[in-house]
Structures are given as C-alpha cells and as structure tokens.
Design a protein around this ligand. Structure first.
Ligand code: TRP
Ligand code: ZN
Length: 509
C-alpha cells in the first residue's frame, strides 16, 4: 500500500531532520521573554484592551481579539545572505546578510471599543508603529506587539496600522519538531506558515479564524524571483533590483500565505474552461525542473477532476512552487500555489490541490479542526485512486481497518491513537488519526448516506463555507441536516460517537 509523502517526517521517531541541539535551543529560547517599549505619542492609561490570543486550544497565544483584519499590504525588501565561503575565490563577501526590511499596513475593523490591541510578530526589530498615520505607542513581549493608538478606537471603526520592521526572520521549530516560518534555501528563502510560522515575517492576526485579502510586494536583487500567493500584477526592475507585486483578492488565512525567493524557473498556462478559466503559475527550482515537468503539467487535469466533486475552484489562480527536497521536507497547501519538496507524486498533487477547497477556502476555526483539512485532502487522494484504476476508497478503508495499509505495524496501529476531532496536543495535529482516520470518518458517512448524497454533501459543505471558517460542530450539524433530507434514516450519530470522537478502534457494525 502507499505511504503518505505529505506527512511531516516524524522527527521524534525517524532519523532526526532537526538536530536534537536545535530542538533544545528552541525550548530554551521560548523562556527568554524580550520586553522592549517605545513611545510615540500619548494614549489611554487603561481600559479596553484587545486580548492577546484567541484561546486556540492548541496555540492559545496565536491571534488577537478585538479586531478583524480585512487587508494586508506588505512591502518587503530582501537581501540574500553572503555566498557561502568559496576557497577558490578571492572576492570578499558582499556584506549582505539575509535581512528582510518590511512595511506592513494592516487594515482592520475594531469589533469593540479599543484602547489598545495586539499584533503577533516573532523576532525582527520594530522601528515604528503608526495608526491612521499617527505615531502610536507600542511595546513587545514575546510574540506580542501591543499598540496603543492615540485617542483609542471606537467599535466598528476601520483603522490602518503601519509597522516598519527589519531583521533576519526566525525559523520556528514546532511542538512536533518540524521547521516552519522562514526557511533559508540554497538560493534564497521559503516562508511557510502552518501552524504559526507567518508571524516570523510579517505582523498580523496570525490565527486561521481571521482571513483577509493581501497585496505582497517584494523587492529582490535582479536575477532572483519572488513568488507569492494570488496573481502577479507587475514586475519591474530598477537599479539592479526587481520588484514583484502579488495580489490575493480572496480571503486568505495567514498560515497559507507564502513567499518563495530564488532562481526559480517559471511556467505559465491556464486551467479550466470558459468563464472558469484561470491562470496557472508554476515556479520550480532549476534542479527539479526535469523531474517535475510531467506531473506539474497535470495541474489543469487535477483541478478539473476536483471541480467535478468539490464544485468550482475557489480562487482566481492556481499553480505550484517546487523547491529542493534538501531545502524543505514537507508539502504545504499555500493558497493558490502549494509548495512541494521536490517533484510531487500525483497523489500529493491531488492532496494539496484538494486543500484549496478544504483548508484554504473552508478554513478551520481553530487548530483543533485540522481533520477537516487533512481528512478531506486524504479522502481526495482515495477518490483519485478510485477513479484512476487504483484501489477503491472502500479497499483503502479496509486496508487501514485491517492494519495492512502502511508497511510497518507501528504506523498501522497509530491510526487509532486518538479521535480525529480531539488531538491530544499541539505536537499531534499532523498525526495519522487526523489524516487517515479523518478520511475514514468521511468514508463512514459515504456508507451511511450512499454515494449520490455523499458527493452532494461534500460539495455542499465546500459551497456553504466558501471563503469562510468552520469547525467540527458546524460540519456535523451540516451533515445531519443534509442527511435528514437526502438520506432519511441514516445514522450519523454513531459515526460521530465512534469515528470522530471515540477512543480506540471502533467496531464496524
Ligand atoms: N498541511 C500539510 C499537508 O498535509 C502538512 C503540514 C505541513 C502540516 N506543516 C504542517 C500539518 C504543520 C500540521 C502542522 O499537506
Ligand atoms: Zn494535507
């Protein structure tokens, strides 16, 4: 049976991708709280503070309460690090050091009266903060940047916060040992943000529940390319530096925002037909071009196939970013343009493109709802197999149930470690129960309601929450209401109790 290449390599069990020393450093660093402050005008002494953190069950400090971001404008300037020392050359290094300079303009609406509010920003030096063009008081504590705007903000008020910052962004090591945030590559950098890494390269409300539109403008030395989400609106070179302007109109969660800087080869085509035609923009590391050409050429075919099940593609462009497997070790469903560690197999391509509907368009309300991303994307792989001469979804389900899906017993047993809707901790949100058992939940629903109703249900779910957020309770309520009409008598309660929330391996009957 197939193994699952989308899964983050389990560094706690397999050969460590992250050296143990790095893990240790990460733990030590989180204990050191930095507190810097700065004044730039007055502000209310006390009163209505926007909360730091949105009480995410797994990442309580992520995001901030009291406002809702509608738009980010990021103007970024990247200077690649010095060449690695080259013995054969006498040339001295250029003096550059991999720094990022940024101006972030965050447009948000206050959801209540606010004397102060927070943004998430991990690392980097803040130079100034202004709200509505007026200098604001600000201070930093850990990943929180708190801002006290002159005169406060009224409920419902739309306000614009400008943060000027610079530094070498950090790479984050997650509770499960994987690396995200700002990942230096052989020829540039790759920014990946699941679940928390985007706060290393821009300030914002970094929780999946606050989606916004983006304009990301990136300036790099001529010869390098900067690739991000959405559509490339302009590209211009002046004095040896090229600026790429990317526009994302549809709401985007910050964890699927990306920035890839490198010597990518670009290819453009189109997918879809008639009114549904969209541009395909693919950026591939030169070393991966040959090996990935055939599979990336199938993006329009996969998008078309997926539309047949999930409904119209939710965004105005698609594509892919392929880096070297030495530079990134997992794939991620970055919006419009998923990232791959080397040439993907067709299943992985299907998985990441399916996430555009399930994850990027219908986004979890919190990190507890991960199975709504991974269960659906995994089930999409099963449907692809079923439709392309491979095992049927039923056969894959059976193999998992019988424990002969993965090559090793340990992985087969791990499917039953915990219920998909309740991972036991932040270090388990990308484990097998979220993926395989999440897909098994969907297959149980299919068995309970029948094929026609099931396919209508998963498409209806993507439509009902298109460009929004949803949690597990929204899903079970939706499925029940749907089944009442389309498959009266189907017992979904048992699916929830046994498969979604139940401990251990559920009975089949
Ligand atoms: N979402 C990615 C996928 O399935 C995998 C992944 C990358 C992930 N980084 C993560 C999952 C962090 C959970 C947390 O394609
Ligand atoms: Zn996934």
């Amino acid at each position: 049976m197939v193994s699952c290449p989308h899964r983050i390599p389990d560094v706690s069990r397999s050969a460590p991708v992250v050296p143990a020393a790095a893990l240790l450093t990460a733990v030590t660093v989180t204990l050191a709280l930095t507190l810097t402050s700065c004044t730039g005008g007055g502000g209310a002494a006390d009163g209505t503070r926007g909360s730091a953190g949105l009480r995410d069950p797994y990442f309580p400090k992520l995001g901030n309460g009291g406002y809702d971001v509608t738009h980010y404008t990021l103007a970024l300037d990247f200077e690649p690090p010095d060449e690695p020392p080259d013995e054969s050359s006498d040339e001295s290094p250029s003096g550059a050091d991999g720094r990022l300079r940024g101006v972030a303009v965050v447009t948000a609406r206050a959801t209540r009266e606010l004397d102060s509010f927070n943004l998430d920003l991990k690392g980097m030096d803040v130079e100034s903060v202004a709200v509505g063009g007026v200098a604001a008081r600000w201070e930093r504590a850990g990943q929180e940047l708190s801002v006290t705007p002159e005169g406060g903000l009224g409920e419902g008020e739309t306000f614009r916060t400008t943060v000027r910052y610079s530094g070498v962004p950090e790479t984050i090591t997650d509770p499960d040992g994987s690396r995200e945030g700002w990942l230096p590559t052989a020829d540039g950098v790759l920014a990946l943000g699941e679940p928390t890494g985007s706060m290393t390269w821009f300030p914002g409300n970094h929780h999946p529940s606050d989606k916004a539109a983006y304009d990301i403008r990136v300036t790099v030395p001529e010869g390098l390319r900067a690739v991000s989400n959405g559509e490339l609106e302009s590209e211009s070179t002046e004095d040896g530096r090229t600026t790429y302007s990317w526009h994302t109109a549809e709401p985007m969660a910050s964890y699927v925002a990306t920035l890839a800087i490198g010597a990518y080869e670009i290819s453009r085509s189109t997918a879809g037909e008639g009114a549904g035609r969209i541009p395909v923009y693919v950026a591939v590391d030169p070393s991966q071009v040959k090996g990935s050409r055939a599979v990336l050429g199938r993006i329009p075919e996969v998008v078309g196939w997926a539309e047949g099940y999930f409904g119209p593609y939710p965004f105005s462009s698609t594509g892919a970013i392929v880096d070297r497997p030495e530079d990134v070790v997992y794939a991620l469903e970055t919006q419009n343009r998923p990232v791959f560690p080397g040439a993907p197999g067709i299943s992985l391509l299907v998985h990441e493109l399916a996430h555009q509907w399930y994850g990027d368009s219908v986004t979890p309300k919190s990190w507890r709802d991960m199975w709504l991303n991974e269960g659906f994307a995994t089930y999409a792989e099963w449907l692809w197999e079923e439709d392309h001469g491979g095992d049927s979804a039923q056969e894959i389900f059976d193999a998992l149930y019988e424990g002969d899906y993965f090559p090793d017993a340990e992985s087969n047993e791990a499917v039953w470690d915990f219920p998909p809707a309740e991972p036991p901790g932040a270090d388990r949100i990308s484990d097998s129960p979220v993926y395989e058992r999440g897909a098994m939940v969907l297959h149980r629903i299919r068995e309970a309601v029948g094929d026609d109703a099931f396919f209508e249900l998963i498409r209806g779910w993507a439509t009902a929450h298109r460009h929004g957020n949803a949690d597990t309770a929204d899903f079970t309520a939706y499925a029940e209401e749907f089944a009442e009409k389309a498959a009266p008598g189907a017992n979904l309660t048992k699916v929830w109790d046994d498969w979604l929330y139940g401990d251990g391996k559920p009975p089949l009957a």
